[in-house]
Design a protein around this ligand. Structure first.
Ligand code: IMP
Ligand code: MG
Length: 183
């Protein structure tokens, strides 16, 4: 396959844009303000779940106007393509003690709910001052485990989506918008 065929194949899987770059920007600005207002100067630690939430984290933290620290955890539940394995693995843990912080988990998407259910359990056991969850996308129709985020920027139907950090087999994270993947 030559270079152009590879590019055509890549682009061919982007079915349609479902959330444009500008819409994401506007929603993040609003969420940043909401988060800044609700903590009122208290110490917050934003914990991003890698890899998918790295783009959202980068934009959300810059929309927050109160002092905040950042941390990363890596959880894997998707091992290939669009199918979830159902098993959540923590492959990188936080390197800070969270007991003195109001923790805000920053996630890309809640699908079955398994990943966050597991992470929330683990982090609660470490006694943070408080624990909240903000997600860019929520697919409530796909839940297997009951889980409700404190803040979801967009609720979407049962599509497999790519872009803005979200991948399909590690590709498409670099798209600046959210698109439906052509299966
Ligand atoms: P859950 O554990 O099923 O809630 O899934 C959470 C993780 O699966 C997310 O953090 C994503 O990394 C991945 N995931 C779920 N749905 C999608 C999707 O539509 N596109 C890309 N990744 C997804
Ligand atoms: Mg993720």
């Amino acid at each position: 396959m030559d270079k152009q065929q590879k590019i055509n194949e890549f682009n061919g899987k982007i079915k349609r844009v479902i959330i444009a770059e500008e819409e994401i920007k506007t929603a993040i600005k609003k969420a940043g303000k909401q988060i800044s207002d609700s903590y009122d100067g208290r110490p917050i630690l934003l914990v991003s779940i890698l890899k998918g939430a790295f783009v959202f984290m980068a934009d959300l933290c810059r929309a927050i106007e109160v002092p905040c620290e950042i941390g990363f955890m890596c959880a894997q539940s998707y091992f290939s393509g669009t199918q979830s394995s159902g098993v959540v693995q923590i492959t990188k843990d936080l390197d800070q003690d969270i007991s003195g912080y109001h923790v805000v988990i920053v996630e890309d998407i809640i699908d079955t709910g398994r990943t966050l259910n597991e992470i929330v359990k683990i982090l609660k056991a470490r006694n943070p001052l408080s624990l909240r969850v903000v997600t860019l996308l929520d697919k409530p129709s796909r839940r297997v485990v009951e889980f409700n985020p404190d803040l979801a920027l967009f609720t979407i139907p049962d599509f497999f989506v790519i872009g803005y950090g979200l991948d399909c087999s590690e590709l498409y994270r670099n798209l600046p918008y959210i698109a439906e993947y052509a299966e």
